[in-house]
Design a protein around this ligand. Structure first.
Ligand code: IMP
Length: 451
């Protein structure tokens, strides 16, 4: 039974939560493999509307084991609050398992995140302020605390307090910070972390066993390819690797276990935080997309920057993830557009670029070259089969497929679970990226993979 990776193909917020919620219905294990509570998945289902930050959306299915993998960084107070909220609304979290190797975000990470951003001033990254970068930095510097440390409460407290003191010293000396609140804050974090002990497990071993039993597994990425620490628009990126290759590291299984990689893209583009965004619209159309698409951050509430679909960036995401299928979300947001622009190349100093330029100084200066296609000017939010989409919408999707050469596996036309064009799990994609390498791209056809 295949292992499917779901990865963000843009700058995050692509609607991965909805896609994994849908696919999670057929999976028996859903594993989040990187990021932290900088992510925010909005899931709308029969239980209501939920903003999940750390807990995989598979949690709504009692058959599913929902795993927070070793590649994730966990703010224990945030995870505690999320579990409490789910439980209070009748969703059992008994099946939530957390890797002992996952690192903890502590109050000094959050303080440092804010301090560093303030120091960068105009050159700031625009982080979510959740302490993500400093927590991953400590992990790499071998100064981190892990979930497994909570099994020894006395040792854990000692480790937290001694690390906090060392960090506090740096912050007060170098950054002139008032660190007097840190000790009490750390107490709160210790308590929250210890309250999670029952969820801590050897999740990599659980996963290994599940794979040996041929169980269907979904590996869920957070953020998106263009925010990847290595492959994104550095330094305006997050501090982890959302790309599919990291799914095996962050879940604790070998790379040969991964069978399918589905990338999720909106029918247009958004970005939060600073950094290059070639197709950004700063005028009326951008405002319209923001309003219709309700493009405000789930985690921070920040208005998202909006723009047209960027196929140069999407082709890149297809390549670096080895994508075998594409999920297009929020197609309905474009319902009212007279015409739709799609960027299929960049122009840099008179030269046409069809691939994402590797140099950051170039990407910051490119201009999008647009092709314009007719809009469908009708409400598609109730459509559940490809045949019922207006021809203009089908043409738009085919234009995407023809230019990124990966089949579309799923289309979402609204926030609710039922608002999608259904594809059984996961029967597509074999000819996707591999077909392209072999010269067998799909040549611009939208397939209803339900057949
Ligand atoms: P950090 O992950 O909080 O360090 O933020 C680094 C960059 O990634 C900033 O531009 C954030 O806005 C962006 N970012 C982090 N998480 C998300 C997400 O889930 N969706 C969209 N952008 C994100």
């Amino acid at each position: 039974m295949p292992v499917l990776v779901v990865v963000g193909a843009q700058w995050g917020d692509e609607g991965k939560g909805k896609v994994t919620d849908l696919l999670g219905e057929q999976a028996e294990m859903v594993v989040r493999y990187q990021g932290g509570n900088n992510a925010g998945h909005t899931v709308e289902n029969e239980y209501g509307k939920f903003a999940l930050h750390l807990v995989p959306s598979g949690i709504f299915n009692p058959r599913v084991v929902a795993v927070i993998g070793n590649g994730v960084v966990i703010d224990p107070t945030a995870l505690r609050a999320e579990i409490d909220e789910l439980e209070s609304r009748g969703i059992s979290t008994a099946n939530l398992k957390v890797s002992g190797k996952a690192h903890l975000i502590m109050p000094y990470h959050i303080m440092l995140d804010h301090v560093q951003e303030a120091r960068l001033g105009k050159g700031k990254i625009g982080t979510t302020g959740r302490g993500i970068g400093p927590a991953y930095a400590d992990k790499a510097a071998r100064q981190g605390l892990r979930m497994e440390d909570v099994v020894d409460p006395a040792g854990f407290r000692e480790l937290v307090m001694s690390t906090m003191k060392a960090k506090a010293e740096v912050m007060s000396r170098t950054y002139d910070q008032d660190v007097s609140s840190l000790e009490a804050e750390c107490e709160r974090y210790i308590e929250a972390a210890e309250s999670l002990r029952a969820h801590v497990d050897d999740t990599a071993l659980m996963l290994w066993k599940a794979l040996r039993e041929d169980k269907a597994v979904l590996l869920e990425g957070a953020q998106g390819t263009m925010l990847d620490l290595d492959h994104g628009t550095y330094p305006y990126v997050t501090s982890s690797n959302p790309v599919a290759g990291y799914a095996s590291v962050g879940a604790g299984i070998g790379p040969m276990e991964l069978n399918e990689v589905w990338g999720v893209t909106k029918a247009y583009t958004t970005r939060v935080g600073e950094g290059p965004f070639p197709t950004e619209l700063t005028e009326e159309t951008g405002e319209k997309i923001r309003k219709v698409g309700n493009e405000f951050g789930t985690t921070t509430g920040r208005p998202r920057r909006c723009g047209w679909l960027d196929l140069v960036a999407l082709r890149y995401a297809v390549r670096v993830n080895g994508m075998t299928g594409l999920c297009v979300t929020k197609l309905d947001v474009l319902n009212d557009m007279e015409t739709i622009k799609v960027c299929n190349a960049y122009r840099y100093r008179g030269e046409l670029l069809e691939e994402l330029p590797p140099a950051r100084s170039v990407l910051a200066q490119v201009e999008p070259v647009y092709e314009e296609v007719p809009g469908w000017k009708s409400d598609i939010s109730g459509v559940t089969s490809i045949q019922d989409l207006p021809q203009e919408a089908i043409d738009y999707l085919n234009f995407i497929i023809a230019n990124v050469r990966v089949p579309i596996s799923l289309i979402s036309v609204g926030p609710k679970r039922e608002q999608h064009i259904k594809v059984p799990y996961p029967n597509v994609g074999r000819q996707g990226a591999r077909g392209q390498q072999e010269g067998q791209g799909h040549g611009g056809q939208t397939h209803d993979h339900g057949h």
